[in-house]
Structures are given as structure tokens and as C-alpha cells.
Ligand binder design. Structure first.
Ligand SMILES: C[S@@+](CC[C@H](N)C(=O)[O-])C[C@H]1O[C@@H](n2cnc3c(N)ncnc32)[C@H](O)[C@@H]1O
Length: 341
């Protein structure tokens, strides 16, 4: 199926009636307090053994063991809960869709790069019973009890892929800060996509912004993103892949890339009921995740002490919880098709 149109504009979620160009804030009184409410056997695959489950402990958090140090986020239960919440946020923002690429209902082979808890892969397996869904990750934290057409592998997506046959659909969501060589990853994705098959990548911009709120450059939350961005650049990882996905996909040889941008609010300040719900979840996600996102970068790369980080994060939390800031950040979805011949 050909992609009918290319869109790099801010997306309108027609079905939910949400105007994404500008999120309208709910009317509020100044004294309102708005706290968080609350068998590719030939694949380069490592079986579950101690070398990959002998996790690294740092600053009270647990990190992956396979390719130790390659990735900055923990893999402990707290982080897994955050990822599952983030899954909910991202699918809600895509109008409850697991993907936007128009893949065939009888899709056969699906690859999920950096699958995390595997929640997306499991739901895809349920939605596409015809498909074999393979999810890979540095961490073997996915559940054992999964649909029979879903399986997980410990693998480094940046290594040479040796899958025995190509995929109908390759998906990579939110690997921000994980990837060293995006163009090389996209070229591998191209090689391993069947002719006429699809790729879809979804990711963020780190920086927050506001359209009508009091958020300003230089506030604690803004400086926090600067620090994370600087740290990721130091370790050679792209901190803000979202806006670059389209160009990388195009350069790899895919055609008619569709690129959509979804602003995601932080907090309950939007007027629109669905965006208010998404914003509430996103606020919780940030409050829960600030420490996990920050610790390795701030202490290991930027030279902060753990105690300093914790004090600083309390200021960032205040910004995040301040509804007058009307903070949002952008979620990018880019999908495209490999020529059929
Ligand atoms: C932020 S999480 C996103 C998880 C999942 N894609 C989702 O959207 O729920 C990024 C995941 O990528 C994995 N990851 C990071 N670098 C990787 C690599 N080089 N190869 C495979 N997985 C990687 C991490 O272990 C983590 O589970």
C-alpha cells in the first residue's frame, strides 16, 4: 500500500477532536493547587543466563548487565512501571492506536526494537494473531507468560542483525538516549524490511515549551533538560531523536515518510478532557521518573553528587507541578514504506 500523503505539520487527532496545534488551558483561579494526582536461531541472541541478569547496582537503582554501561536508564521495577505508564500515554496520544503505519491486517513478521517491558509487543501479538512478534532489548525484563506468537530476545539493536528472514513491520519507540548511530540503525532496518513493508519510529524532543503559560527558558525544569541533553551528547547519544526521524528514515531509502508531531502536556492544565488525562499521566511519569532519568547522566557524566541531584530535582518537581507553567513537550511519530520492488 502506498502512502497517500506526506504530512510534517502538527497533527490533528480527528477522532478525539483534539486540536494539537495549541492546547487550550483550563480556566483556573490563581490560588488553585494542582498537585500530581496524584526462530531466528541464527540471530545474534543471548539466552537468559547469568551474564545478562547479573544486573549492575548504582545509586540504589538497578541497571542492565548485557553491554554494561550502554544505556542510561535503570531496568528495575520502578522504571518498568514508568515505562508501562509511558506506553499508556503514547498510545492514548495516538488515539489508542499501537501504530500509525497502515500495516496489513494479516501482517506476518513484526520486530520491536528496544521493547522495554514488552507491553507493546504483547499487545501487537494479541491484535495481530497472524503475526510473529519479536521484541529485543538489552534487558531480559519482559514477562515469561506471553501470547504464543510473541517472543523476546536479549540483543543490542546496534550490532549487526542476523535475522534469517526480513520483517513486514519494524517498530522502535522511545529509544531516546540509547542510540549511537541512528543512520546505521535505519540502514539495518531498511535491509531487514520486506519489499513493501513498513517501519515506524516514535520518539521525543527533550525540551519543554509553553504556548501561553509561564514556563520560561532558564527555569529549573529547563536547566534540567539542558543538563540531560549535554550529558547525552557527551556519551555520544542523540538526546532528541524525534525531529530527526524523518530525515534518517528518508536517507535510508524508504519513501514518502509521514511525520506527525503530537504535543504532550505535563499536568492537568489543559481544558480538553483527554489531554487533561494524558497530562496527568505524564506528570506522574515525570515525577516518578526524574530520578531514574537523571542519576546516571548527572552523577556519571556531569559530575554531580547524588545528594546534589536530589536537591535539584525537588526544584524541577515544583516546576512540573506548577499548572501556571503549562508545560508541554513534543512526541514525534514517523513511518514509511520500503519500495515494493
Ligand atoms: C525508554 S525504553 C522504551 C521501551 C519500549 N520501546 C516502550 O516504548 O515502551 C528504551 C528501551 O531500549 C532498550 N535499549 C537501549 N539501548 C538498546 C540497544 N542498543 N539494543 C536494544 N535495546 C536497547 C532499553 O533497555 C529500554 O528497555
Amino acid at each position: 500500500m502506498d502512502i497517500a500523503e506526506k504530512s510534517t505539520e502538527q497533527e490533528e487527532l480527528g477522532a478525539s477532536g483534539i486540536d494539537d496545534v495549541q492546547i487550550e488551558a483550563e480556566e483556573r483561579r490563581d490560588d488553585d493547587v494542582d498537585l500530581a494526582f496524584g526462530d531466528d536461531s541464527a540471530s545474534y541472541t543471548t539466552s537468559l543466563k547469568s551474564s545478562i541478569t547479573n544486573y549492575i547496582q548504582e545509586n540504589g537503582r538497578r541497571y542492565h548487565a548485557f553491554k554494561d554501561g550502554a544505556y542510561f536508564l535503570p531496568n528495575d521495577e520502578a522504571e518498568q512501571d514508568r515505562l508501562d505508564l509511558f506506553h499508556h500515554i503514547m498510545t492514548l496520544r495516538c488515539d489508542d492506536k499501537l501504530h500509525l503505519a497502515p500495516i496489513a491486517p494479516d501482517t506476518q513478521r513484526v520486530l520491536d526494537l528496544g521493547t522495554g517491558t514488552g507491553i507493546w509487543a504483547i499487545m501487537m501479538g494479541e491484535e495481530y494473531p497472524s503475526a510473529e512478534v519479536v521484541g529485543n532489548d538489552l534487558s531480559p525484563v519482559q514477562p515469561g507468560l506471553v501470547p504464543p506468537n510473541v517472543r523476546f530476545e536479549v540483543d543490542d539493536m546496534e550490532e549487526e542483525w542476523v535475522y534469517s528472514s526480513p520483517f513486514d513491520y519494524i517498530h522502535g519507540r522511545y529509544p531516546a538516549g540509547a542510540i549511537r548511530e541512528w543512520p546505521a540503525l535505519m540502514r539495518q532496518a531498511y535491509r531487514f524490511t520486506k519489499p513493501g513493508g513498513w517501519v515506524e519510529f516514535q520518539d521525543f524532543t527533550m525540551k519543554f515549551y509553553t504556548t501561553n503559560g509561564e514556563y520560561r527558558d532558564g527555569c529549573s525544569a529547563d536547566k534540567w533538560t539542558d543538563e540531560i541533553i549535554a550529558g547525552m551528547k557527551t556519551i555520544g547519544r542523540e538526546p532528541e531523536p524525534g525531529p530527526k526521524l524523518e530525515a534518517w528514515i528518508k536517507d535510508a531509502g524508504f519513501f514518502n515518510v509521514v511525520h506527525k508531531v503530537f504535543p504532550v502536556p505535563v499536568g492537568t492544565w489543559p481544558n480538553n478532557r483527554k489531554l487533561k488525562q494524558i497530562g496527568a499521566f505524564d506528570l506522574v511519569q515525570f515525577l516518578d521518573g526524574l530520578e531514574s532519568i537523571s542519576l546516571r547522566i548527572f552523577t556519571g557524566v556531569r559530575g554531580w553528587r547524588k545528594e546534589e541531584v536530589q536537591v535539584y530535582l525537588s526544584q524541577v518537581r515544583k516546576d512540573l507541578m506548577n499548572p501556571r507553567m503549562q508545560m508541554q513537550h513534543n512526541f514525534h511519530v514517523a513511518y514509511s514504506q520500503k519500495p515494493a520492488y
